[in-house]
Design a protein around this ligand. Structure first.
Ligand code: GLU
Length: 358
């Protein structure tokens, strides 16, 4: 073999190999940029052993969390920021307002393609819904948490975080409102709720079902939620520093109406009642709630039942008493919507319309 023909033999495959890898090299340089905003929760929790039930939420920093997810850097260029480090039972409107403002700032940057928020699962549905109404971007905003602390046997946090980054980096996730990614499921902020105190498969969307699935960074989207959110939302928290007090009161057999009086006496501007059945309360509570309306307090009837919607004037004459029906929002999300609605003066009819739209 001559030197010339020898070169031909190995140069040709080399050129083919370089050409084959060129798209991968280009794709790598075009990797999406995802920011992870950490707020705490079990995903950042630590216990002394891998099998104990007791642990401390919000003990691990964002950098340690990212380091615990092998391969996540292949999905996106990632930067982390610590916004808070609390168990989500201690999540507050102060932190949420700060978080929403930070997301709105980041989303304006052409260098940011998606945002992940790590969060405890206890109040994740409320924070997701709050952000769904207050962030002004169609870029993916994805909440993620875990049911097991980072030190547990079979900790679910690392894969959840991997999948959340995969969704935030996916252009197909755009325009679907704030999403939650947990245990391979993609769900929307309006419809999901926590259904188990301990099971890994805790989040469900009983009425509306899944937005899609996330499988090791590969996503399948089934639908876009129909509710108003993000860029279509009329709620603007740019100049807001606190929200009006709205209480949730849990109804039960032979409930005491004093709970409603107490809430009004302590300055609530709105009360959401987690009613029985289709948002019902006993006659004494209807009387107390009607008195609250006369004092300018907005009463929203939701339900303690986990699925179904609350309709107007089924067994309670909402027109007569001036009550609002929560439609599909559970009590904790009905409270978020009412807190934002009360930032501006609105008639009961206008507030009722919000419950049909958001
Ligand atoms: N209390 C914890 C929290 O919400 C537990 C729930 C969790 O993150 O799984 O932060």
């Amino acid at each position: 073999m001559t030197m010339k023909s020898f070169h031909k033999i190995w140069i040709a495959p080399l050129i083919v190999a370089i050409l084959m890898h060129a798209p991968a090299v280009r794709a790598q340089t075009k990797k999406p940029n995802v920011i992870i905003l950490a707020t705490g929760g079990t995903i950042a929790g630590a216990a002394a052993t891998g099998t104990q039930a007791g642990y401390q939420s919000g003990a691990v920093t964002i950098d340690a969390m990212i380091a615990a997810v092998p391969g996540v850097g292949d999905l996106a260029n990632i930067k982390g920021e610590q916004i808070a480090n609390v168990g989500s039972q201690d999540m507050s409107f102060d932190i949420l307002i700060k978080l929403a403002k930070r997301i709105n700032d980041l989303a304006k940057s052409a260098d940011v393609d998606g945002i992940v928020v790590t969060h405890g699962t206890d109040t994740m549905e409320e924070s997701a819904f709050f952000l769904n109404l207050t962030v002004k971007t169609d870029k993916p905003v994805v909440l993620v948490g875990s049911m097991r602390p980072s030190t547990a046997v079979s900790a679910d946090g690392p894969l959840n975080l991997y999948n959340a980054v995969g969704v935030a980096a996916d252009p197909k996730a755009k325009g679907r409102g704030v999403l939650v990614v947990m245990n391979d499921w993609i769900q929307d902020a309006h419809s999901l709720t926590k259904t188990s105190t301990t099971a890994v498969q805790t989040f469900m969307s009983p009425l509306r079902g899944l937005v899609g699935t996330a499988n090791y960074g590969k996503n399948d989207f089934f639908k876009t939620p129909g509710w108003k959110h993000t860029t279509q939302s009329e709620f603007d928290i740019t100049n807001v520093t606190q929200l009006p007090r709205v209480d949730v009161i849990f109804a039960s057999l032979d409930m005491s109406p004093d709970l409603i009086d107490c809430s009004v006496a302590n300055g609530a501007k709105g009360i959401v009642i987690a009613g029985v059945g289709n948002g019902n309360i006993n006659k004494a509570a209807v009387h107390a709630a009607a008195n609250a309306v006369k004092k300018g307090v907005v009463i929203v009837r939701s339900s303690r039942v986990p699925t179904g919607s609350v309709g107007r004037k089924v067994e309670i004459d909402d027109d007569k008493f001036g009550f609002i029906a929560s439609d599909e929002l559970n009590p904790q999300k009905a409270r978020i919507l009412l807190s934002l609605a009360l930032l501006t003066k609105r008639t009961p009819e206008e507030i009722q319309k919000l419950y049909y739209e958001y």
